[in-house]
Design a protein around this ligand. Structure first.
Ligand code: ADP
Ligand code: MG
Length: 239
């Protein structure tokens, strides 16, 4: 569609893949809870950034995607908005007392995980949306307790997460969204085996991968995780 193409051109977004929804020009034009919308405004997010304009609607319709956009372009909210929106909706429809985790964000460092979890809490305020931080340096017992109390989102580093999952019985069958932040790092040798181990423990979640740079090898591994991956890149010409 010509109109959609020229809009993408205007905001410097490139896409590759099947049935990708058009970019949204404002947070109010996508179907998210009004409370989340308020929380975005409360954070000073008046307008979505270009990567958010394309990634949020695509994630909301369930696309698996690999997104590359510069540092500082707003990748965190590109996945947290869909996560908060979907998970709080799913939870509000559930009648079960058991609140198993619904989404997982993996990132390479403790510091990054701390920041992501903080932003997730802000965006999920007032909604059925709780988070657990699973990183080294904090006591494992507290992290497990928190998960058992019932959370929607787990944010963690692969090492500590595997530690917890192998020693404790945590039900991951309800995890329907998985994010790999800094995916260029997460799918390089070193982290890749751990990430794959976690991915394989889940029941075919929607997968969202983000990075500033995407190496060809990472793109190949990312492609192998989903047969209908879409590609979104912001701010640079199509590779
Ligand atoms: P990236 O992960 O792409 O490097 P971040 O998600 O960390 O970028 O966002 C960079 C900064 O931009 C953060 O301070 C964040 O709060 C801010 N930000 C993100 N999206 C918006 C927005 N839509 N409006 C205003 N500020 C935003
Ligand atoms: Mg980031």
């Amino acid at each position: 569609n010509f109109q959609i193409e020229s809009l993408r051109k205007k905001i410097n977004i490139h896409v590759k893949g099947e049935s990708i929804p058009p970019p949204m020009l404002s947070f109010s034009s996508c179907n998210i809870p009004s409370k989340l919308h308020e929380n975005l405004e409360g954070s000073g997010y008046e307008m979505p950034t270009p990567v958010q304009m394309q990634a949020i609607p695509a994630a909301l319709v369930g696309k698996n995607m690999l997104v590359s956009a510069d540092t500082g372009s707003g990748k965190t909210a590109s996945y947290l908005v869909p996560i908060v929106s979907k998970c709080s909706h799913i939870r509000s429809q559930q009648h079960s007392e058991q609140k198993r985790p619904l989404a997982m964000v993996l990132a390479p460092t403790r510091e990054l995980c701390v920041q992501v979890e903080e932003q997730a809490k802000v965006l999920g305020k007032g909604l059925p949306f709780k988070t657990a931080l699973v990183v080294g340096g904090d006591a494992m017992a507290g992290q497990i307790y928190r998960i058992r109390q019932g959370v929607e989102l787990i944010v963690g580093t692969p090492g500590r997460l595997i530690d917890i999952l192998t020693k404790h019985d945590i039900e991951l069958d309800d995890v329907c969204m998985l994010v790999l932040d800094e995916v260029d790092c997460m799918l390089q040798r070193g982290f890749r085996d751990q990430v794959m181990q976690i991915f394989l423990a889940l029941s075919q979640p929607q997968i969202l991968m983000f990075s500033a740079t995407i190496y060809p090898e990472v793109e190949r591994v990312a492609g192998s995780l989903s047969k209908d991956l879409i590609y979104v890149s912001s701010g640079k010409p199509n590779r």
